[in-house]
Write a protein that binds this ligand. Structure first.
Ligand code: GSH
Length: 205
């Protein structure tokens, strides 16, 4: 059995949606408070020195981190959740998956923990990371087609990001007003009954 260490509504929610999409059974360990010194932090840091969620303990005892890497690991077993290899859609899938975690995700780390990067005026870095995130989302919005998912009619593991990202800053109202395609894709994922329990547990519905 896989064991996912996470916090409801945090980055582990992305992996939980992927696990629910692929119907992989897992146990969930809530490590709320892990980003402050304490027992939850000690528990997580022993598995993942970066002390981030998602952190996934594998059946055979290995540890997997990084939402995109977890997606790729799941795809080895469930290839139907990505476009077929050798197609232009496959290239675009890789590109967008890596682009999201390389560009958008760091804006959250910068905004949530700016003091890791600057000794003064952390609020300036926080504000610029939040501003840049909106610019990135606007690029992503214009990359999207008519839906209902990022790759048309077929849901892929990339779609697991939308319900979570739209609940983080700048928030649902901003997405509805400024990124209607991303917002509609989040709605489409939220409409999957097999995901309802996970979405509710992560306060995404
Ligand atoms: N690149 C990682 C980022 C994971 C991440 O930054 N998770 C956040 C929670 S949403 C976290 O654990 N932050 C705590 C920290 O960075 O100290 C991924 O894609 O999974």
């Amino acid at each position: 059995m896989l064991t996912l260490y996470g916090v409801p509504g945090w980055g582990s929610a992305i992996s939980e949606i992927m696990l629910a999409m692929t119907r992989e059974p897992y146990d969930f360990i809530n490590v709320e408070g892990f980003d402050k010194p304490g027992p939850q932090q000690e528990l997580l840091i022993a598995l993942n020195p970066l002390c981030q969620v998602p952190t996934l303990l594998l059946d055979e005892g290995g540890v997997m981190t990084e939402s995109a890497a977890i997606a790729l690991m799941l795809l080895d077993k469930h290839p139907q959740f990505a476009p077929r290899p050798g197609t232009p859609a496959r290239d675009r899938f890789w590109r967008l998956l890596v682009w999201l975690v390389a560009n958008v995700y760091p804006t959250f780390t910068l905004a949530d923990y700016p003091e890791r990067w600057v000794d003064s005026q952390p609020e300036v870095l926080k504000a610029s990371a939040q501003r840049q995130r909106k610019t990135l989302y606007q690029w992503l919005e214009q990359e999207m087609g008519e839906g209902p998912y990022a790759f048309g009619e077929e849901i892929t593991l990339l779609d697991a990001y939308w319900p979570v990202l739209r609940c983080w800053g700048p928030g649902r109202e901003w997405f509805a007003a400024n990124a209607p395609k991303l917002n509609a894709m989040a709605d489409a994922v939220c409409g999957h009954v097999e995901l309802t329990a996970v979405l509710k547990a992560n306060k995404l519905l």
